[in-house]
Design a protein. Structure first.
Lengths: 114, 110
């Protein structure tokens, strides 16, 4: 049973517009959520995280929103740039804000067109 | 900067061969992980270790074993490689707020 779901395998947006990547989870014990970005032939790199005590976290062009009642989080990228084209993984953990033993979604391939 | 180094970026092995994938981290992290990444399946946890000589199975441990003799080094072992183990293997170590990944080892089993 997949506990972290990214239902859109791919997303295409125009440069300068907003990219919205979605993630749903089923395990109510999850209390810490992260987004990772991965380029081909490289390891994933950490992008942004959010604890369940918050509903929004912002870092530059990247904002993550958490809706605990809906068990849903989203990553907003504004404005989108061609260099943002990558696979984005949503991840979650349970255990008081630790990133120990993350559960990952299947990823969403974002393509930002110039 | 945290560095997680995987010894081989690309390997080609034959079915039945024993394969070692090595990973070293330089941040004195206690927790280390091995994932595999396959198209459409995301990152799946194979094994993790929370201390020297300690290990726990992840979600897909079958066909794999691990070794952690020193804190900085975590090895993934395929005792007898099979074609369904062709994949990208990612090692990670765990800081206080995030996982740090290595660049990955692309293994092809013929």
């Amino acid at each position: 049973d997949q506990q972290v779901k990214q239902n859109s395998p791919s997303l295409s947006v125009q440069e300068g517009r907003i990219s919205i990547l979605n993630c749903d989870y089923t395990n109510s014990m999850f209390d810490y959520f992260l987004w990772y970005k991965k380029y081909p032939a490289e390891g994933p790199t950490f992008l942004i995280s959010i604890s369940s005590i918050k509903d929004k976290n912002e870092d530059g062009r990247f904002t993550v929103f958490l809706n605990k009642s809906a068990k849903h989080l989203s990553l907003h990228i504004v404005p989108s740039q061609p260099g943002d084209s990558a696979v984005y993984f949503c991840a979650a953990s349970a255990g008081g804000g630790s990133n120990y033993k993350l559960t990952f979604g299947k990823g969403t391939l974002l393509t930002v067109n110039p | 900067d945290v560095k997680v180094t995987q010894s081989s970026r690309y390997l080609v092995k034959r079915t039945g061969e024993k394969v070692f994938l090595e990973c070293v981290q330089d941040m004195d992290h206690e927790n280390m992980f091995w994932y595999r990444q396959d198209p459409g399946l995301g990152l799946r946890l194979i094994y993790f270790s929370y201390d020297v000589k300690m290990k726990e199975k992840g979600d897909i441990p079958e066909g794999y074993s691990v070794s952690r003799e020193k804190k900085e080094r975590f090895s993934l072992i395929l005792e007898s490689a099979s074609t369904n183990q062709t994949s990208m293997y990612l090692c990670a170590s765990s800081g206080p707020s995030e996982l740090f990944f290595g660049e990955g080892s692309r293994l092809t089993v013929l």
